[in-house]
Design a protein around this ligand. Structure first.
Ligand code: FNR
Length: 187
């Protein structure tokens, strides 16, 4: 059965490596998992006063509606100072509220991190995992995806040029398909 996947990218940069990997992963997912890239850059910072007043910004409402309609979510992120980039954490926070209406509850997720450095964004990856577990999202345990030396694995056109990375992406995509189908929230 077709399951819609929302792809959230933790970098706002035009030439983002993360975005290139997000496209590479979307390309290896089966047709049963159509992907929608959800932009995070225009989400105002979370402020509970606006929810309490019943005046959430339109961008929060649109984001929540889009994520509510998705069957799964795929996080692809760089690491900022060994943690989650603020734009991505803000999006997670916006989706988690108002209290009792979190759009993450029981939404199957998976996390990919990348870095030009050697550690592959391990810290960011695990901080996303920690947050999503707290939000009761079934987070796929493995295969883990920490893409180190990420700039060197891409060709000029932004596609992955390394066979081992391509194989890892393919096995990650296949595992995520099984994960979503097994954990999708009942209607
Ligand atoms: C970084 N970068 C970085 N890299 C890393 O491996 N660990 C880290 O903790 C950090 N910290 C960090 C903080 C901030 C504020 C910036 C802007 C960058 C480098 C980062 O991995 C690199 O710029 C990536 O290319 C960012 O991903 P995009 O924008 O190319 O998708």
């Amino acid at each position: 059965m077709t399951k819609k996947i929302a792809v959230l990218i933790g970098s706002l940069r035009k030439e983002s490596l993360t975005r290139k990997y997000a496209h590479a992963i979307a390309a290896v997912l089966p047709p049963s998992l159509p992907c929608e890239f959800v932009e995070l850059g225009d989400l105002p910072l979370y402020n509970q006063d606006l929810d309490d007043a019943g005046t959430p910004p339109a961008a929060w409402t649109a984001f929540r509606d889009t994520l509510r309609a998705a069957d799964g979510v795929l996080f692809v992120t760089p690491e900022y100072n060994r943690s989650i980039p603020g734009a991505l954490k803000n999006a997670i926070d916006v989706g988690s509220r108002p209290w009792g209406h979190s759009i993450w509850n029981r939404k199957p997720s998976a996390v990919v991190s990348q870095s030009p450095g050697a550690i592959g964004g391990f810290g960011a990856n695990h901080h996303v995992r920690q947050t999503m577990v707290a939000l009761n999202s079934p987070v796929m345990a493995g295969p883990e995806m920490y893409i180190g030396g990420a700039a060197k694995l891409l060709a000029d056109d932004g596609t992955v040029n390394n066979d081992q990375t391509k194989e890892l992406l393919a096995s990650f995509g296949a595992a995520y398909e099984r994960w979503v189908q097994a954990n999708v929230k009942p209607a």
